[in-house]
Design a protein around this ligand. Structure first.
Ligand code: IPM
Ligand code: MG
Length: 372
Protein backbone atom coordinates (compact mmCIF):
# COMPACT_ATOMS: atom_id res chain seq x y z
CA UNK A 1 0.00 0.00 0.00
CA UNK A 2 1.34 3.44 -0.85
CA UNK A 3 1.58 6.07 1.86
CA UNK A 4 -1.45 7.92 0.56
CA UNK A 5 -4.53 6.16 1.91
CA UNK A 6 -7.46 6.12 -0.47
CA UNK A 7 -10.76 6.64 1.31
CA UNK A 8 -14.16 6.52 -0.35
CA UNK A 9 -16.92 8.22 1.63
CA UNK A 10 -20.49 7.08 1.04
CA UNK A 11 -22.66 9.24 3.33
CA UNK A 12 -25.95 7.78 2.04
CA UNK A 13 -29.39 8.75 3.33
CA UNK A 14 -31.07 10.15 6.44
CA UNK A 15 -28.57 11.05 9.13
CA UNK A 16 -25.74 9.55 7.02
CA UNK A 17 -24.49 12.88 5.63
CA UNK A 18 -24.56 14.56 9.08
CA UNK A 19 -22.54 11.89 10.83
CA UNK A 20 -20.18 11.62 7.85
CA UNK A 21 -19.49 15.36 8.08
CA UNK A 22 -17.90 14.68 11.47
CA UNK A 23 -15.67 11.98 9.99
CA UNK A 24 -14.50 14.56 7.44
CA UNK A 25 -13.51 16.85 10.31
CA UNK A 26 -11.63 13.96 11.85
CA UNK A 27 -9.82 13.22 8.59
CA UNK A 28 -8.86 16.91 8.39
CA UNK A 29 -7.61 16.76 11.95
CA UNK A 30 -5.36 13.78 11.18
CA UNK A 31 -4.08 15.42 7.98
CA UNK A 32 -3.15 18.68 9.68
CA UNK A 33 -2.00 17.38 13.04
CA UNK A 34 -0.46 13.99 12.33
CA UNK A 35 0.75 14.50 8.78
CA UNK A 36 -1.34 11.60 7.45
CA UNK A 37 -2.00 11.70 3.72
CA UNK A 38 -5.52 10.74 2.70
CA UNK A 39 -7.04 10.89 -0.76
CA UNK A 40 -10.73 11.31 -0.12
CA UNK A 41 -13.53 10.82 -2.62
CA UNK A 42 -17.27 10.87 -2.10
CA UNK A 43 -20.11 9.12 -3.92
CA UNK A 44 -23.84 8.47 -3.64
CA UNK A 45 -25.29 5.25 -2.28
CA UNK A 46 -28.78 4.19 -1.25
CA UNK A 47 -31.95 6.15 -1.86
CA UNK A 48 -30.12 9.34 -2.84
CA UNK A 49 -28.34 7.36 -5.55
CA UNK A 50 -31.60 5.78 -6.71
CA UNK A 51 -33.13 9.26 -7.07
CA UNK A 52 -30.33 10.37 -9.39
CA UNK A 53 -29.31 7.16 -11.20
CA UNK A 54 -32.28 4.79 -10.75
CA UNK A 55 -30.07 2.28 -8.89
CA UNK A 56 -28.92 2.16 -5.26
CA UNK A 57 -25.26 2.06 -6.24
CA UNK A 58 -23.60 2.58 -9.62
CA UNK A 59 -21.01 0.32 -11.29
CA UNK A 60 -18.53 3.23 -11.14
CA UNK A 61 -18.92 3.51 -7.39
CA UNK A 62 -18.45 -0.25 -6.98
CA UNK A 63 -15.20 0.01 -8.94
CA UNK A 64 -14.00 2.93 -6.82
CA UNK A 65 -14.93 1.05 -3.66
CA UNK A 66 -12.90 -1.96 -4.81
CA UNK A 67 -9.83 0.21 -5.35
CA UNK A 68 -10.16 2.19 -2.12
CA UNK A 69 -8.13 1.23 0.93
CA UNK A 70 -11.23 1.89 3.01
CA UNK A 71 -14.85 2.72 2.28
CA UNK A 72 -16.69 4.60 5.02
CA UNK A 73 -20.47 4.36 4.76
CA UNK A 74 -23.03 6.43 6.66
CA UNK A 75 -26.45 4.81 6.39
CA UNK A 76 -29.00 3.95 3.71
CA UNK A 77 -32.76 3.79 3.44
CA UNK A 78 -35.90 5.58 4.45
CA UNK A 79 -39.68 5.50 4.02
CA UNK A 80 -39.38 7.50 0.80
CA UNK A 81 -38.13 4.39 -1.00
CA UNK A 82 -40.36 1.81 0.70
CA UNK A 83 -42.27 1.13 -2.52
CA UNK A 84 -39.19 0.64 -4.70
CA UNK A 85 -38.59 -2.90 -6.03
CA UNK A 86 -36.14 -5.01 -3.94
CA UNK A 87 -33.26 -4.89 -6.40
CA UNK A 88 -33.18 -1.11 -6.38
CA UNK A 89 -34.01 -0.44 -2.75
CA UNK A 90 -31.42 1.57 -0.80
CA UNK A 91 -30.52 -1.60 1.16
CA UNK A 92 -29.68 -3.33 -2.12
CA UNK A 93 -26.84 -0.84 -2.60
CA UNK A 94 -25.36 -1.89 0.71
CA UNK A 95 -25.81 -5.59 -0.03
CA UNK A 96 -24.19 -5.19 -3.45
CA UNK A 97 -21.18 -3.43 -1.94
CA UNK A 98 -20.78 -6.25 0.57
CA UNK A 99 -21.14 -8.93 -2.09
CA UNK A 100 -19.10 -7.35 -4.91
CA UNK A 101 -16.24 -6.43 -2.59
CA UNK A 102 -16.49 -9.90 -0.99
CA UNK A 103 -16.61 -8.44 2.49
CA UNK A 104 -17.30 -11.75 4.16
CA UNK A 105 -16.22 -10.88 7.70
CA UNK A 106 -18.29 -8.33 9.55
CA UNK A 107 -16.80 -7.26 12.88
CA UNK A 108 -19.31 -5.74 15.27
CA UNK A 109 -17.88 -4.85 18.63
CA UNK A 110 -20.30 -4.25 21.51
CA UNK A 111 -18.43 -2.22 24.07
CA UNK A 112 -20.02 -0.63 27.09
CA UNK A 113 -18.39 2.70 27.85
CA UNK A 114 -18.06 3.23 31.58
CA UNK A 115 -19.81 6.61 31.43
CA UNK A 116 -22.83 4.97 29.77
CA UNK A 117 -23.24 1.94 31.99
CA UNK A 118 -26.53 3.35 33.29
CA UNK A 119 -27.90 3.84 29.78
CA UNK A 120 -28.18 0.10 29.25
CA UNK A 121 -31.55 -1.53 29.83
CA UNK A 122 -29.72 -4.25 31.78
CA UNK A 123 -28.46 -3.88 35.35
CA UNK A 124 -25.18 -1.95 35.44
CA UNK A 125 -23.26 -4.85 37.00
CA UNK A 126 -24.20 -7.09 34.07
CA UNK A 127 -22.80 -4.72 31.44
CA UNK A 128 -20.04 -2.74 33.17
CA UNK A 129 -16.82 -3.32 31.26
CA UNK A 130 -18.58 -5.37 28.57
CA UNK A 131 -16.43 -5.93 25.49
CA UNK A 132 -17.77 -8.45 22.98
CA UNK A 133 -16.81 -8.90 19.35
CA UNK A 134 -19.45 -10.37 17.07
CA UNK A 135 -18.09 -11.73 13.82
CA UNK A 136 -20.96 -12.01 11.39
CA UNK A 137 -20.64 -13.83 8.07
CA UNK A 138 -21.72 -11.19 5.56
CA UNK A 139 -21.75 -12.45 1.98
CA UNK A 140 -23.55 -15.77 2.20
CA UNK A 141 -26.42 -17.56 3.88
CA UNK A 142 -30.06 -16.73 3.48
CA UNK A 143 -29.34 -13.13 2.43
CA UNK A 144 -27.99 -14.30 -0.90
CA UNK A 145 -29.02 -17.96 -1.26
CA UNK A 146 -30.89 -19.22 -4.32
CA UNK A 147 -33.67 -19.99 -5.02
CA UNK A 148 -35.41 -16.95 -3.69
CA UNK A 149 -38.51 -15.02 -4.59
CA UNK A 150 -42.27 -14.93 -4.33
CA UNK A 151 -44.20 -17.25 -6.61
CA UNK A 152 -47.88 -17.43 -7.35
CA UNK A 153 -49.19 -20.91 -6.65
CA UNK A 154 -52.24 -20.22 -8.77
CA UNK A 155 -54.81 -21.24 -6.15
CA UNK A 156 -55.03 -17.92 -4.40
CA UNK A 157 -51.88 -18.81 -2.48
CA UNK A 158 -48.42 -17.35 -2.91
CA UNK A 159 -45.08 -18.77 -1.72
CA UNK A 160 -42.15 -16.80 -0.36
CA UNK A 161 -38.79 -18.55 -0.66
CA UNK A 162 -35.33 -17.84 0.68
CA UNK A 163 -32.52 -20.33 0.94
CA UNK A 164 -30.02 -20.82 3.73
CA UNK A 165 -26.87 -22.17 2.13
CA UNK A 166 -23.21 -22.34 3.18
CA UNK A 167 -20.19 -23.96 1.56
CA UNK A 168 -17.16 -25.11 3.54
CA UNK A 169 -14.85 -22.29 2.42
CA UNK A 170 -17.36 -19.63 3.44
CA UNK A 171 -17.52 -21.01 6.96
CA UNK A 172 -13.80 -21.64 7.31
CA UNK A 173 -12.66 -18.18 6.20
CA UNK A 174 -14.95 -16.33 8.60
CA UNK A 175 -14.16 -18.72 11.45
CA UNK A 176 -10.45 -18.02 10.88
CA UNK A 177 -11.09 -14.31 11.31
CA UNK A 178 -12.88 -15.04 14.58
CA UNK A 179 -10.10 -17.28 15.92
CA UNK A 180 -7.41 -14.78 14.90
CA UNK A 181 -9.26 -12.02 16.75
CA UNK A 182 -9.74 -14.22 19.81
CA UNK A 183 -6.03 -14.89 19.83
CA UNK A 184 -5.44 -11.19 20.51
CA UNK A 185 -8.27 -11.03 23.04
CA UNK A 186 -9.22 -13.51 25.76
CA UNK A 187 -8.85 -16.59 23.56
CA UNK A 188 -12.48 -17.72 23.58
CA UNK A 189 -14.77 -18.17 20.57
CA UNK A 190 -18.46 -18.99 20.72
CA UNK A 191 -19.81 -20.34 17.44
CA UNK A 192 -23.55 -19.97 17.04
CA UNK A 193 -25.96 -21.73 14.65
CA UNK A 194 -29.10 -23.87 14.70
CA UNK A 195 -27.52 -27.26 14.10
CA UNK A 196 -30.46 -28.86 15.90
CA UNK A 197 -32.82 -28.00 13.03
CA UNK A 198 -30.75 -26.87 10.03
CA UNK A 199 -28.26 -28.85 7.92
CA UNK A 200 -26.49 -25.59 7.07
CA UNK A 201 -26.11 -25.08 10.81
CA UNK A 202 -24.75 -28.59 11.32
CA UNK A 203 -22.19 -28.08 8.57
CA UNK A 204 -21.25 -24.75 10.17
CA UNK A 205 -20.65 -26.45 13.49
CA UNK A 206 -18.65 -29.32 12.01
CA UNK A 207 -16.42 -27.06 9.91
CA UNK A 208 -15.70 -24.70 12.82
CA UNK A 209 -14.94 -27.70 15.01
CA UNK A 210 -12.56 -29.15 12.41
CA UNK A 211 -10.71 -25.87 11.92
CA UNK A 212 -10.38 -25.50 15.67
CA UNK A 213 -8.83 -28.99 15.99
CA UNK A 214 -6.46 -28.41 13.08
CA UNK A 215 -5.20 -24.90 13.77
CA UNK A 216 -6.59 -23.30 16.88
CA UNK A 217 -6.77 -25.99 19.54
CA UNK A 218 -4.88 -23.67 21.93
CA UNK A 219 -8.00 -21.45 21.99
CA UNK A 220 -11.30 -22.21 23.69
CA UNK A 221 -14.20 -23.04 21.37
CA UNK A 222 -17.78 -23.31 22.51
CA UNK A 223 -20.85 -24.05 20.37
CA UNK A 224 -24.14 -22.43 21.28
CA UNK A 225 -27.46 -22.64 19.51
CA UNK A 226 -28.49 -19.21 18.24
CA UNK A 227 -31.64 -19.00 20.36
CA UNK A 228 -29.70 -19.91 23.49
CA UNK A 229 -27.07 -17.38 22.50
CA UNK A 230 -29.73 -14.66 22.23
CA UNK A 231 -30.92 -15.61 25.69
CA UNK A 232 -27.43 -15.75 27.25
CA UNK A 233 -26.59 -12.35 25.78
CA UNK A 234 -29.15 -10.70 28.02
CA UNK A 235 -28.69 -13.11 30.92
CA UNK A 236 -24.94 -12.97 31.37
CA UNK A 237 -23.34 -11.08 28.47
CA UNK A 238 -19.84 -10.98 29.94
CA UNK A 239 -19.44 -14.75 29.43
CA UNK A 240 -18.77 -13.97 25.75
CA UNK A 241 -15.66 -12.70 24.03
CA UNK A 242 -15.79 -13.44 20.29
CA UNK A 243 -19.02 -14.76 18.79
CA UNK A 244 -18.92 -16.10 15.24
CA UNK A 245 -22.17 -16.71 13.44
CA UNK A 246 -23.92 -16.67 10.08
CA UNK A 247 -25.38 -13.71 8.21
CA UNK A 248 -28.95 -13.79 9.55
CA UNK A 249 -28.21 -14.79 13.16
CA UNK A 250 -25.38 -12.24 13.14
CA UNK A 251 -27.78 -9.53 12.03
CA UNK A 252 -30.05 -10.26 14.98
CA UNK A 253 -27.49 -11.06 17.66
CA UNK A 254 -25.51 -7.91 16.85
CA UNK A 255 -28.60 -5.72 17.20
CA UNK A 256 -29.30 -7.39 20.51
CA UNK A 257 -25.71 -6.99 21.69
CA UNK A 258 -25.71 -3.35 20.66
CA UNK A 259 -28.56 -2.61 23.02
CA UNK A 260 -26.63 -4.04 25.96
CA UNK A 261 -24.31 -1.07 25.57
CA UNK A 262 -27.04 1.54 25.92
CA UNK A 263 -27.03 3.07 22.49
CA UNK A 264 -27.03 1.98 18.93
CA UNK A 265 -25.50 5.39 18.21
CA UNK A 266 -22.21 4.27 19.71
CA UNK A 267 -21.41 1.15 17.74
CA UNK A 268 -19.09 0.88 14.76
CA UNK A 269 -18.48 -2.02 12.42
CA UNK A 270 -15.89 -3.23 9.96
CA UNK A 271 -16.52 -5.46 6.96
CA UNK A 272 -13.38 -7.07 5.63
CA UNK A 273 -12.44 -9.06 2.57
CA UNK A 274 -9.47 -11.32 1.87
CA UNK A 275 -6.07 -9.68 1.35
CA UNK A 276 -4.91 -10.21 -2.26
CA UNK A 277 -1.41 -11.05 -3.46
CA UNK A 278 -0.51 -7.36 -3.77
CA UNK A 279 -1.49 -6.78 -0.15
CA UNK A 280 -4.68 -4.91 -0.97
CA UNK A 281 -7.73 -5.73 1.11
CA UNK A 282 -11.23 -4.43 0.43
CA UNK A 283 -12.83 -3.00 3.54
CA UNK A 284 -15.92 -1.04 4.45
CA UNK A 285 -16.64 0.64 7.75
CA UNK A 286 -20.08 1.71 8.87
CA UNK A 287 -22.05 2.47 11.99
CA UNK A 288 -24.40 -0.31 13.11
CA UNK A 289 -27.29 2.14 13.33
CA UNK A 290 -29.58 2.93 10.43
CA UNK A 291 -30.47 6.12 8.59
CA UNK A 292 -32.96 7.32 11.26
CA UNK A 293 -35.03 9.39 8.81
CA UNK A 294 -37.21 10.69 11.66
CA UNK A 295 -34.36 12.75 13.10
CA UNK A 296 -32.43 13.48 9.89
CA UNK A 297 -31.26 17.03 9.26
CA UNK A 298 -31.89 18.24 12.79
CA UNK A 299 -28.41 17.90 14.27
CA UNK A 300 -29.69 15.29 16.70
CA UNK A 301 -27.74 12.28 15.41
CA UNK A 302 -24.89 10.79 17.39
CA UNK A 303 -21.75 10.82 15.20
CA UNK A 304 -19.78 8.55 17.56
CA UNK A 305 -20.58 5.23 15.83
CA UNK A 306 -19.31 6.61 12.51
CA UNK A 307 -16.30 8.20 14.18
CA UNK A 308 -15.48 4.88 15.85
CA UNK A 309 -15.93 3.20 12.45
CA UNK A 310 -13.24 5.51 11.14
CA UNK A 311 -11.09 4.43 14.10
CA UNK A 312 -11.61 0.81 13.00
CA UNK A 313 -10.44 1.83 9.51
CA UNK A 314 -7.30 3.27 11.06
CA UNK A 315 -6.75 0.01 12.94
CA UNK A 316 -7.67 -2.63 10.37
CA UNK A 317 -7.00 -1.00 6.99
CA UNK A 318 -4.21 1.47 7.70
CA UNK A 319 -2.37 -0.41 10.42
CA UNK A 320 -2.47 2.71 12.58
CA UNK A 321 -3.33 1.19 15.92
CA UNK A 322 -1.96 4.12 17.91
CA UNK A 323 -4.13 6.59 15.98
CA UNK A 324 -7.17 4.35 16.44
CA UNK A 325 -6.48 4.21 20.19
CA UNK A 326 -6.31 7.99 20.18
CA UNK A 327 -9.76 8.37 18.61
CA UNK A 328 -11.24 5.85 21.04
CA UNK A 329 -9.63 7.63 23.96
CA UNK A 330 -11.01 10.97 22.76
CA UNK A 331 -14.53 9.50 22.59
CA UNK A 332 -14.14 8.12 26.09
CA UNK A 333 -12.85 11.52 27.21
CA UNK A 334 -15.87 13.49 26.00
CA UNK A 335 -18.24 10.95 27.56
CA UNK A 336 -16.37 11.17 30.87
CA UNK A 337 -16.79 14.95 30.72
CA UNK A 338 -20.56 14.44 30.63
CA UNK A 339 -21.04 15.48 27.01
CA UNK A 340 -23.91 13.67 25.31
CA UNK A 341 -25.94 13.67 22.13
CA UNK A 342 -29.72 13.36 22.49
CA UNK A 343 -29.81 9.54 22.17
CA UNK A 344 -27.53 9.03 25.18
CA UNK A 345 -28.65 12.08 27.17
CA UNK A 346 -28.87 11.56 30.93
CA UNK A 347 -29.96 13.90 33.72
CA UNK A 348 -27.30 16.42 34.70
CA UNK A 349 -25.30 15.95 31.50
CA UNK A 350 -24.69 18.46 28.73
CA UNK A 351 -26.61 17.91 25.50
CA UNK A 352 -24.69 18.50 22.28
CA UNK A 353 -25.68 18.57 18.62
CA UNK A 354 -24.03 16.32 16.03
CA UNK A 355 -21.62 19.10 15.05
CA UNK A 356 -20.84 19.99 18.66
CA UNK A 357 -20.06 16.36 19.48
CA UNK A 358 -17.71 16.11 16.49
CA UNK A 359 -16.00 19.33 17.58
CA UNK A 360 -15.71 18.12 21.18
CA UNK A 361 -13.96 14.97 19.95
CA UNK A 362 -11.39 16.87 17.85
CA UNK A 363 -10.83 19.26 20.79
CA UNK A 364 -10.19 16.23 22.97
CA UNK A 365 -7.72 14.93 20.37
CA UNK A 366 -5.92 18.29 20.58
CA UNK A 367 -5.77 17.93 24.34
CA UNK A 368 -4.57 14.33 24.25
CA UNK A 369 -1.83 15.04 21.76
CA UNK A 370 -0.44 18.22 23.32
CA UNK A 371 -0.18 16.38 26.64
CA UNK A 372 2.12 13.74 25.14
C1 IPM B 1 -27.37 -4.40 9.11
C2 IPM B 1 -28.68 -4.01 8.50
C3 IPM B 1 -28.74 -4.55 7.09
C4 IPM B 1 -28.73 -6.05 7.16
C5 IPM B 1 -29.91 -4.04 6.24
C6 IPM B 1 -29.97 -2.53 6.19
C7 IPM B 1 -29.88 -4.61 4.85
O1 IPM B 1 -29.72 -4.45 9.29
O2 IPM B 1 -26.32 -4.01 8.56
O3 IPM B 1 -27.37 -5.07 10.13
O4 IPM B 1 -29.77 -6.69 7.35
O5 IPM B 1 -27.64 -6.63 7.05
MG1 MG C 1 -29.12 -5.34 11.10
Amino acid sequence: MSDVKKILLLPGDGIGPEVMAEVKHLIDWFSSNRGLAFEVEEELVGGCCYDVHGVAVTDETIEKAKKADAVILGAVGGPKWAGVEYENRPEAGLLRLRKDLELFANLRPAICFEALTDASSLKPELVAGLDIMIVRELTGGIYFGEPRGITDLGNGERRGINTQVYDTHEIVRVAKVAFDLAEKRSGKVTSSEKSNVMEAGLLWREEVEKLHKEKYSHLELEHMLADACAMQLVRRPKQFDVIVTDNLFGDMLSDEASMLTGSLGMLPSASLGERDASGHQCAMYEPVHGSAPDIAGQGLANPIATILSFAMALRYSFDMGAEADLVEEAVKGVLDQGLRTADIMQPGKEKLSTREMGAAITRELDKLTTKT
